[in-house]
Design a protein. Structure first.
Length: 235
């Protein structure tokens, strides 16, 4: 089967086209979805892309979390559909209470763009199964409201239950507590992260590596993992 992965466009989305390209490179069919719709068009997985939905008014992701299609996203997530939130999409997942905690302005109060080293902490989710626990990867990061916060008791719970999916290495770019870069829910089907795996999926366009400039493709396994999860579930 060919997996069909929906990418939801919100007013202010910037990386929806890049997400669709990443899905295509992963061997799946990207399906463009609209924030004002209630129809997921029979997709097998969902990506909430990066950008500045609704201009980041109120709080980043807060208005998008109330968009019509988010009712369907919540229902699909509850039924086990793989859902990935990237940057602004991660903010939406938190605001929609599909993932815990909150995301606030970067500690230095500035927008940051850098190729970020991450460590995979949980390789058993629908989006990280093609990595190894402890593996270090490099993918681009670009955000202004990427500081992850939660209470100490909640942070302890996340750590204890293995729900920290990714952690910043070498540099904490935004002041996220405990260097948290990405989370998963307990079931492992919903994952959110601030860095952008869709910008590291094709040689010539990703981060530079020791092998060659712009050759990094460390983000592609996020999408091939989901495709594999969808295919496995259909068997």
């Amino acid at each position: 089967m060919t997996a069909r992965v929906g990418v939801i466009t919100f007013p202010g989305s910037l990386d929806d086209g890049d997400a669709r390209r990443a899905i295509r490179l992963a061997g799946a069919e990207p399906v463009a979805l609209w924030h004002g719709s209630h129809d997921l068009e029979g997709v097998d997985a969902l990506v909430l892309p990066g950008g500045f939905s609704y201009g980041d008014y109120l709080r980043a992701g807060a208005i998008a979390a109330l968009a019509p299609i988010m009712a369907e996203v919540k229902d699909a997530a509850a039924k086990g559909m793989p859902v990935l939130g990237i940057c602004n999409g991660f903010q939406m997942l938190v605001e929609a209470h599909l993932l815990p905690g909150g995301l606030i302005r970067n500690a230095h109060q500035q927008f940051i763009r850098r190729d970020q080293r991450l460590r995979v902490e949980n390789a058993s989710t629908a989006w990280t199964s093609e990595y190894e626990v402890g593996q270090e990867i490099v993918i681009p990061l670009k955000n202004a409201d990427g500081g992850y916060i939660a209470s100490e008791s909640e942070l302890d719970r996340l750590e204890g239950e293995g729900l920290v999916a990714l952690r910043y290495v070498d540099v904490n770019p935004n002041g996220s507590l405990r260097d948290i870069a990405g989370l998963t829910n307990g079931r492992g089907n919903v994952v959110g992260l601030m860095p952008h795996p869709e910008h590291a999926v094709e040689p010539g366009f990703g981060p530079s590596t020791a092998a060659a400039m712009r050759s990094g493709v460390d983000g592609l396994p996020f999408f091939t993992s989901a495709v594999a999860a969808v295919v496995a579930s259909a068997v």
